[in-house]
Design a binder for this molecule. Structure first.
Ligand code: FES
Length: 136
């Protein structure tokens, strides 16, 4: 799926100019993000945590295909949140429906790090999709 929701304000973001790392705490894996290889997946904003999670097969759920129309891609950015784009009102509205909301919560499909910091990200247990998708 992928693409942009035409009914909401477009998210503003800056793509990284250099490599940086995202540690997925529950999975115990650290991914090096290479800006030259973005996008990694095909859902969510290019360079978003969902996009990177897809490329690294972290299993972050994303029921709406990454267009800011659900809250299944809820992640908690424990470190590095300052380097991510600002959440739009549409993202904050969707986050209101996410279970276990914290002050560091974001929608993975809308949250794009600019690469100036390494991130520590938690995918809440209830947002894990354990089904393995075949490579396309
Ligand atoms: S996948 Fe639906 S809002 Fe992110």
């Amino acid at each position: 799926m992928g693409g942009q929701n035409p009914y909401i304000e477009a998210a503003k973001y800056t793509l990284p100019a250099k490599k940086y790392k995202i540690k997925f705490v529950r999975e115990g894996q650290t991914i090096e993000v290479d800006p030259e290889k973005l996008p990694y997946g095909h859902d969510g904003l290019p360079g978003s945590i969902l996009d990177i999670s897809q490329g690294a097969h972290m299993g972050l759920d994303h029921a709406c295909g990454g267009v800011c129309a659900c809250s299944t891609c809820h992640v908690i950015v424990h470190e590095g949140l300052e380097s991510c784009n600002e959440a739009t009102d549409a993202e904050l509205d969707q986050l209101d429906d996410a279970p276990g909301l914290t002050v560091k919560s974001r929608l993975g499909c809308q949250c794009v790090p600019d690469g100036t910091m390494d991130l520590v990200v938690e995918i809440p247990e209830w947002n894990k999709n354990y089904a393995k998708e075949a490579e396309h």
